[in-house]
Design a binder for this molecule. Structure first.
Ligand code: ADP
Ligand code: ZN
Length: 433
């Protein structure tokens, strides 16, 4: 018999939908074991046997991040406390973190899902997997770790940061696969170059990259720098952590593991479901979780379902690259801007280094946007005119994209602050009146 994680090609559309309905019914029963969902589902008149098709899901009220915060720490627990054996918490990128608990079954099915992702992109038990992600409460550490072990890889829990040690481990143990934050991947590459080494000479062949938004341009930089393949990885603590959606070798969107999660895209204003192809907010329902199932969770992540079938043949629908969170939207002089629109433009300039920072200020009256970009040493020119021309070219391209002309400032390579965790791309210094 084949291992469960190696069979993702074999699911038919029908099987996926049947599994979703069966599991949706059982998750409704399980969710009713906590007061919060019992009350909510009663009020909406939803019972396991009143669901006749997967689309009946839309009668279930949304769960928001504020709901989770209000139920912190254990309000959403649906099993006796003695059954939970692990706790994780979100990174708190947008405020108070939320806490999520796991039973042994939750940890097993989570490890299977992560192993399925790894297997899909060609990781095998012979691979050496280095997890350059923060361990501890963050799910990217233990989540990937157990997934890699499930697959039978040698899993190295190297943790975040400390580039010298990372590089030493890669060389000493012949690391072939790394899980790494996109922002840190480029920083690591620069650290190697600074040590006088060629990033392409490492044994690495695959990087699994996610946990924060980044653009296609950014991915291409990572792939070129190390001469590897970089696959996009999406997950969130409320849905276990990593292993929710993952790119296959086609690199054309991330397959959502629909046997374990139901995904919907809604209009964030009206809450109405949007058809595949349209961009909106991703809403997820966990189908397999026991300890804390979450129904119709508003992730605030903006993306869309890609239409059509993937060339790999898998029938799981694909999510497009996450454009950012609805919270990430900047409003400057009445114009809406997402940080990723800026990244997309500046990363196409070869002169631009690996880090950037968007500063918002309102000294004087109107809001101002300043974009600080690192310029590679080899492009830093003494000639002011050359530098000014480059600034102008970048500013013009940004204006075409975001309809505002930000001030572009050059700083030296490696001079902008680095974060150990998810990158901080925006510094909002505006005084609120
Ligand atoms: P927090 O929401 O506090 O950052 P998590 O650590 O649970 O906590 O992170 C989950 C979030 O990270 C997602 O909701 C999403 O915004 C972001 N994220 C995860 N993977 C990706 C990815 N591949 N692309 C873009 N954003 C991602
Ligand atoms: Zn595919």
């Amino acid at each position: 018999m084949m291992d469960v994680y190696s069979q993702s090609e074999q699911w038919s559309k029908d099987q996926i939908e049947q599994t979703q309905l069966t599991r949706l019914r059982s998750v409704i029963d399980r969710a009713r074991k906590c007061d919060f969902y019992a009350r909510r589902l009663d009020a909406a008149g939803i019972f396991a046997d009143s669901l006749h098709s997967r689309d009946d899901l839309t009668n279930i009220p949304f769960t928001t991040k504020d709901d989770l915060r209000a139920q912190y720490p254990l309000g959403l627990l649906c099993v006796p406390q003695s059954e939970i054996i692990r706790l994780h918490s979100s990174s708190g990128t947008t405020g108070t973190p939320t806490a999520i608990c796991y039973t042994q079954n939750d940890l097993n099915s989570w490890a299977d899902l992560v192993a399925r992702c790894l297997y899909m992109v060609g990781v095998r038990r012979e691979d050496v997997f280095q997890n350059m992600s923060g361990y501890g409460l963050f799910t990217g550490g233990l989540g990937f770790h157990y997934g890699a072990e499930r697959l039978g890889c040698l899993a190295i829990p190297s943790g975040a940061g400390n580039s010298r040690r990372q590089i030493k481990l890669v060389k000493d143990f012949g690391t072939t696969v790394a899980h790494i934050l996109p922002s840190y991947a480029l920083i690591l590459g620069e650290a190697l170059r600074a040590m006088g080494e060629d990033p392409q000479s490492l044994p690495l062949r695959i990087a699994l990259v996610g946990a924060e938004p980044y653009t296609e341009e950014f991915r291409q930089r990572i792939e070129k720098l190390f001469a590897i393949k970089a696959y996009n990885s999406y997950g969130l603590t409320e849905m276990n952590g990593p292993g929710v959606a993952f790119e296959c070798q086609e690199q054309a969107g991330m397959h959502l593991w629909e046997d374990a999660y139901i995904g919907e895209i809604i209009d964030p204003e009206t809450g109405k479901t949007l058809p595949d192809g349209e961009i909106g907010e991703l809403v997820l329902t966990s189908l397999c979780r026991e300890a804390m199932p979450v129904l119709r969770y508003r992730t605030r992540d903006l993306t869309r379902f890609l239409t059509g079938e993937c060339a790999c043949g898998r029938k799981f629908r694909r999510l497009d690259r996450i454009r950012g969170r609805s919270d990430d939207m900047l409003i400057i002089k009445g114009v809406n801007v997402y940080p990723m629109q800026i990244e997309q433009v500046i990363m196409t300039f070869p002169e631009v280094g690996q880090n950037y920072l968007i500063l918002l200020e309102n000294q004087g009256v109107a809001d101002q946007m300043r974009v600080q970009v690192e310029i590679r040493d080899e492009y830093f020119a003494d000639d002011m005119r050359v530098m000014q021309q480059l600034q102008k070219r970048i500013a013009n391209r940004l204006r075409d994209e975001i309809l505002l002309t930000p001030k572009v400032e050059f700083v030296q390579s490696n001079s902008l602050p680095k974060s150990e965790g998810k990158a901080v791309r925006v510094s909002d210094l505006r005084r609120k009146n």
